[in-house]
Structures are given as structure tokens and as C-alpha cells.
Design a protein around this ligand. Structure first.
Ligand code: ZN
Length: 145
């Protein structure tokens, strides 16, 4: 393992053990539940959107280390973004995990690029993002299939 991979792994472990923005937000105006039947990951996502800007985002759930770390990193990445920017991040993140990591502007989310080599875990990493899309569209739930 390279130093960089080791560092990335450390960040993933940190986010899975101490997820950021891990709470239920009573004032959220968009929310959705996500479920990944392959692994059993479940999460609830809460978004506070005002004037097309994501002012606050948090989540609560139970899942494997990858799904929790990915949701935690996603909440950090989405705060302050417009809906358009959030959708662009979704596309980029999805591309990175299913095609190649030739994607710009992903910032810290690139840490999860290694998941691509474990096809069974890709749905763990994308669950929070699919749930975010469902919440933006006012759908109550998302299931990765
Ligand atoms: Zn999982």
C-alpha cells in the first residue's frame, strides 16, 4: 500500500468511527431514507434548502464503514452548495466509482476512489448520494439496485 492509500484509509476509518453531521435535523425541509439491500446499509438524510442552496445537511443511520464514511464526507461536501452543484458532484462521484477517476473538482471525495476496485462496495459508497438525489426530488426513499 502506498503512503497516500494508507492516508486515505485512515481518513475513511476516522469518518466511519466519528461521522460528521450525524444527527436528525427536525427543521429539515427535504429528507429521504436510503437502503442498500446488498449490504444492509440504512440511512436517513436531512437537507435544509433555502433559495436553492443547501444550508445544512445531516444524516443518521446504520451501515458498514464505507457507507458511513461516504455519507459523512458527503455532508461536508454539500454544505453551502447549490442544488446544481450538488447534482454535478453526484455525477462526478458516480463516474469516479463506476468509470474512472478522471474527474475534476471532487476534492476530498477522491479519497473514496479506491472503492471502484471492489464492485460489491460501490453501492455502499453511493447510497448516501442516491438518497440525496431522492431528497432533492422530494422522494421519500432510495434503494440502490
Ligand atoms: Zn455497506
Amino acid at each position: 500500500m502506498s503512503d497516500l492509500q494508507a492516508l486515505y484509509q485512515e481518513v475513511i476509518i476516522d469518518h466511519s468511527r466519528n461521522p460528521r453531521n450525524f444527527c436528525e435535523c427536525a427543521t429539515a425541509n427535504h429528507q429521504a431514507n436510503g437502503y442498500n439491500p446488498l449490504c444492509g446499509d440504512k440511512l436517513k438524510l436531512f437537507l435544509n434548502i433555502k433559495d436553492a442552496i443547501i444550508e445544512n445537511v445531516c444524516f443518521k443511520g446504520e451501515g458498514c464503514a464505507i457507507s458511513t464514511a461516504s455519507a459523512s464526507l458527503m455532508t461536508e461536501a454539500l454544505k453551502g452548495k447549490t442544488i446544481k452543484e450538488a447534482e454535478k458532484l453526484f455525477e462526478g462521484f458516480h463516474h469516479m466509482l463506476t468509470e474512472d477517476d478522471n474527474v475534476e473538482d471532487l476534492g476530498k471525495l477522491k479519497i473514496l476512489a479506491g472503492v471502484r476496485t471492489f464492485p460489491m462496495r460501490v453501492k455502499c459508497a453511493t447510497l448516501a448520494w442516491h438518497t440525496m438525489k431522492a431528497a432533492l426530488r422530494n422522494k421519500r426513499s432510495a434503494t440502490t439496485e
